[in-house]
Ligand binder design. Sequence first.
Ligand SMILES: [Fe+2]
Ligand SMILES: [Fe+2]
Length: 140
Amino acid sequence: MSTLEWQEARHALSAGAMDRAHKEFVDLTNQLAEADAASEEKRLALLLAHCEDHFAQEQEWMQRSRMPAADNHLRDHDGVVALLHSTLAELRAGRRGAGREVAESLAAWFDHHSATMDAALALHMQQSAPKTQDGIPAVG
Ligand SMILES: [Fe+2]
Ligand SMILES: [Fe+2]
């Protein structure tokens, strides 16, 4: 059973590259939730690497589209990255199951974050011109 189910009507934000990143987040979170002891650390590290890229990309979009009040959004991302780093340290210290537990809490986090902060960013990008085909503001 998946921890986090992609729901097109709820999670798709009509911003191609952002939706692709979010689907990957959903997949990696589910893979971590279903990890066994042998794969838990590797799957957590993959999710952490994904989050660092995903959040850096959103930060670039915020800057490029001159998104106002981006600080709260960036702090929310930073909290997740810090949580994943500390969970990885716990796992490496031998606390098995820490990765699977964090996957459960990230599922609830994503459902809220995508519907609020990411939705606001996607809307802002759609309203700022010019854009690429992906709905992402062009550089410049
Ligand atoms: Fe996102
Ligand atoms: Fe975000």
